[in-house]
Design a protein around this ligand. Structure first.
Ligand code: APR
Length: 271
């Protein structure tokens, strides 16, 4: 792996590791890019297959669900199927390892994700989900959590690559009010879960270093967390192979997270 990283990048990783090892309070925000190497397309990648004529931003909205609930439900069933057999990659594993190590090294690591997959948890991390969880459902009207049959999308275990989703399956109705059941995900235009957002804001405002991993930094309010951290004196590190509009970065590690994170964590824990 080292051979694939340029000497300049390795030097930047070393600089980032030194900074991180010298600080106590670290806040980490991950986005779709961290799961890309696990085979989950990022949100702004072009849709494929059945969904190539749709734009994700047009499906992940309350208006879209109100207009055509079956279309939106089917898209999420497809996304669940896509994610069901995916596993954490070296970036998820490295973060979990760092969190474990931090318990004995007096560091406070807060891991926040915009992702609705559960790859951080699968890797062993404790994580705050800002945008909900792909494997949960709730009523679109009365918000009661839906505890349905496994075949109806209650948990990740009910989907695997062999067990294809039935796209003709009717919508599920809430047993309390009759409203349609929807994924428990924060759609465009909706508010973030209050507790998760409050914890994220506090952690960003109080951290000494804020790390953005695999996020385009386009979607607010999550994208504002790095700015909040910066205003409060934190250094900002970004890990992303492509440039982003984030203009407040102190250290850029311009490479895939799965390549950089294992080396970064190895260096931090060795210091
Ligand atoms: N390692 C690190 N970063 C990567 C990798 C990788 N292997 N592959 C791609 N990226 C970067 C891309 O360059 C891009 O900047 O990941 C970013 C993914 O951006 P988006 O698809 O916009 O994902 P994200 O920032 O998580 O989107 C935020 O918007 O659509 C909503 O709710 C959805 O949570 C999502 C939110």
């Amino acid at each position: 792996m080292l051979a694939e990283l340029s000497p300049a990048l390795i030097a930047e990783v070393q600089r980032a590791a030194k900074l991180l090892a010298s600080k106590q309070r670290i806040c980490i925000l991950t986005g779709a890019g961290i799961s890309a190497e696990s085979g989950i397309p990022t949100f702004r990648d072009k849709q494929t297959g059945l969904w190539e004529n749709y734009v994700a931003e047009d499906l992940a909205t309350p208006d879209a669900f109100a207009r055509d609930p079956k279309l939106v439900w089917s898209w999420y069933q497809w996304r669940r199927q896509l994610v069901a057999d995916k596993a954490p990659n070296p970036a998820h594993d490295a973060l979990a390892q760092w969190q474990y190590h931090a318990q004995s090294s007096n560091q406070q690591l807060t891991l926040i994700t915009q992702n609705v997959d559960d790859l951080h948890e699968q890797a062993g991390s404790t994580v705050i989900h800002l945008h909900g969880n792909l494997w949960s459902n709730r009523c679109s009207q009365c918000e009661t959590p839906y505890q349905g049959q496994p075949s109806q999308g209650q948990s990740r275990g009910s989907y695997n690559s062999e067990d294809s989703i039935n796209f003709d399956e009717g919508l599920i109705s809430c047993s309390h009010c009759g409203g349609y059941v929807r994924p428990d995900i924060v759609w465009f235009g909706e508010s973030l879960p209050v507790q998760a957002w409050q914890t994220a804001e506090e952690s960003a405002a109080n951290c000494e270093v804020f790390i953005c991993i695999g996020t385009s930094s386009l979607v607010y309010p999550a994208a504002g967390l790095a700015q909040l951290a910066k205003q409060n004196g934190a250094k900002i590190i970004e890990i992303n192979p492509d440039p982003t509009p984030n203009s407040i970065i102190d250290i850029t590690l311009a490479e895939k997270a799965g390549m950089v994170m294992p080396l970064l964590i190895q260096k931090i824990t060795a210091l």
